[in-house]
Design a protein around this ligand. Structure first.
Ligand SMILES: [Zn+2]
Length: 124
Protein backbone atom coordinates (compact mmCIF):
# COMPACT_ATOMS: atom_id res chain seq x y z
CA UNK A 1 0.00 0.00 0.00
CA UNK A 2 1.41 3.39 -0.97
CA UNK A 3 1.72 5.97 1.76
CA UNK A 4 0.03 9.05 0.33
CA UNK A 5 -0.35 10.94 3.60
CA UNK A 6 2.13 13.59 2.48
CA UNK A 7 0.24 14.35 -0.73
CA UNK A 8 -2.84 16.43 -1.29
CA UNK A 9 -5.24 17.14 -4.15
CA UNK A 10 -3.76 19.70 -6.55
CA UNK A 11 -7.08 20.81 -8.01
CA UNK A 12 -7.79 24.24 -6.50
CA UNK A 13 -11.54 23.78 -7.15
CA UNK A 14 -11.69 20.60 -5.07
CA UNK A 15 -13.10 20.72 -1.50
CA UNK A 16 -10.16 18.52 -0.44
CA UNK A 17 -7.56 20.74 -2.12
CA UNK A 18 -4.47 21.02 0.07
CA UNK A 19 -5.78 18.55 2.70
CA UNK A 20 -3.09 16.01 3.51
CA UNK A 21 -3.94 12.53 4.72
CA UNK A 22 -7.64 12.96 3.93
CA UNK A 23 -7.78 9.50 2.36
CA UNK A 24 -9.08 10.88 -0.93
CA UNK A 25 -6.06 9.97 -3.04
CA UNK A 26 -5.26 6.71 -4.78
CA UNK A 27 -2.48 5.67 -7.15
CA UNK A 28 -4.12 5.17 -10.54
CA UNK A 29 -1.07 4.78 -12.78
CA UNK A 30 2.70 4.85 -13.07
CA UNK A 31 4.76 6.70 -15.64
CA UNK A 32 8.20 8.11 -16.38
CA UNK A 33 11.62 6.47 -16.22
CA UNK A 34 11.20 2.81 -15.13
CA UNK A 35 7.56 3.64 -14.39
CA UNK A 36 8.88 5.04 -11.13
CA UNK A 37 6.54 8.02 -10.87
CA UNK A 38 2.99 7.77 -9.66
CA UNK A 39 -0.16 9.28 -11.10
CA UNK A 40 -2.54 10.12 -8.29
CA UNK A 41 -6.31 10.34 -8.48
CA UNK A 42 -8.57 12.26 -6.13
CA UNK A 43 -11.78 10.42 -5.23
CA UNK A 44 -13.50 13.67 -4.33
CA UNK A 45 -13.08 15.57 -7.59
CA UNK A 46 -11.93 12.71 -9.86
CA UNK A 47 -8.91 14.70 -11.07
CA UNK A 48 -5.63 13.01 -11.90
CA UNK A 49 -2.21 14.52 -11.45
CA UNK A 50 1.43 13.57 -11.16
CA UNK A 51 2.82 13.06 -7.67
CA UNK A 52 5.44 15.59 -8.71
CA UNK A 53 2.94 18.33 -9.50
CA UNK A 54 3.35 21.20 -7.09
CA UNK A 55 7.00 20.31 -6.46
CA UNK A 56 10.14 21.74 -8.00
CA UNK A 57 10.69 18.37 -9.70
CA UNK A 58 7.57 18.71 -11.88
CA UNK A 59 8.59 18.99 -15.53
CA UNK A 60 12.23 19.31 -14.48
CA UNK A 61 14.90 18.28 -16.95
CA UNK A 62 17.72 18.20 -14.41
CA UNK A 63 18.25 14.90 -12.53
CA UNK A 64 16.65 14.88 -9.08
CA UNK A 65 20.00 14.47 -7.29
CA UNK A 66 21.30 17.62 -8.94
CA UNK A 67 18.19 19.62 -8.06
CA UNK A 68 18.48 18.42 -4.47
CA UNK A 69 22.14 19.37 -4.45
CA UNK A 70 21.35 22.87 -5.78
CA UNK A 71 18.77 23.27 -2.99
CA UNK A 72 21.24 22.04 -0.37
CA UNK A 73 23.87 24.55 -1.43
CA UNK A 74 21.42 27.46 -1.62
CA UNK A 75 19.93 26.41 1.71
CA UNK A 76 23.37 26.52 3.31
CA UNK A 77 23.86 30.05 2.08
CA UNK A 78 26.02 29.41 -0.98
CA UNK A 79 25.57 32.08 -3.63
CA UNK A 80 24.32 31.40 -7.15
CA UNK A 81 27.80 31.41 -8.71
CA UNK A 82 29.34 29.20 -6.02
CA UNK A 83 26.43 26.75 -6.25
CA UNK A 84 26.69 26.74 -10.03
CA UNK A 85 30.39 25.82 -9.87
CA UNK A 86 30.01 23.22 -7.09
CA UNK A 87 27.03 21.41 -8.59
CA UNK A 88 28.14 21.82 -12.19
CA UNK A 89 25.06 23.53 -13.59
CA UNK A 90 24.58 26.90 -15.27
CA UNK A 91 23.92 29.78 -12.89
CA UNK A 92 20.61 30.53 -14.66
CA UNK A 93 19.56 26.99 -13.72
CA UNK A 94 20.42 27.67 -10.08
CA UNK A 95 18.37 30.88 -10.23
CA UNK A 96 15.41 29.13 -11.89
CA UNK A 97 15.18 26.37 -9.29
CA UNK A 98 15.73 28.82 -6.44
CA UNK A 99 12.84 30.94 -7.70
CA UNK A 100 10.61 27.87 -7.95
CA UNK A 101 11.57 26.73 -4.46
CA UNK A 102 10.95 30.26 -3.19
CA UNK A 103 7.42 30.29 -4.63
CA UNK A 104 6.69 26.92 -3.04
CA UNK A 105 8.08 28.10 0.28
CA UNK A 106 5.87 31.17 0.08
CA UNK A 107 2.78 29.05 -0.69
CA UNK A 108 3.57 26.85 2.28
CA UNK A 109 4.17 29.85 4.49
CA UNK A 110 0.83 31.37 3.46
CA UNK A 111 -0.92 28.09 4.22
CA UNK A 112 0.73 27.32 7.55
CA UNK A 113 1.50 30.61 9.21
CA UNK A 114 -1.48 32.28 10.81
CA UNK A 115 -0.02 35.76 10.97
CA UNK A 116 2.86 37.19 9.04
CA UNK A 117 4.19 40.58 10.13
CA UNK A 118 4.36 43.14 7.34
CA UNK A 119 7.80 43.72 5.94
CA UNK A 120 8.20 47.49 6.25
CA UNK A 121 11.16 47.46 3.86
CA UNK A 122 8.68 47.14 0.99
CA UNK A 123 8.82 44.77 -1.99
CA UNK A 124 12.27 43.45 -2.80
ZN1 LIG B 1 -9.65 16.65 -5.51
Amino acid sequence: MDDLSRFCCQNSECPDHGQRGAGNLTVCDHYGPNNGRRMLRCRTCKSRFSERKGTIFFGATLPEEQIASVMEHIGEGCGVRKTSRLVGVHRDTVTRYSMLAGEHAKDLHDELVAFSPRDTRGPV
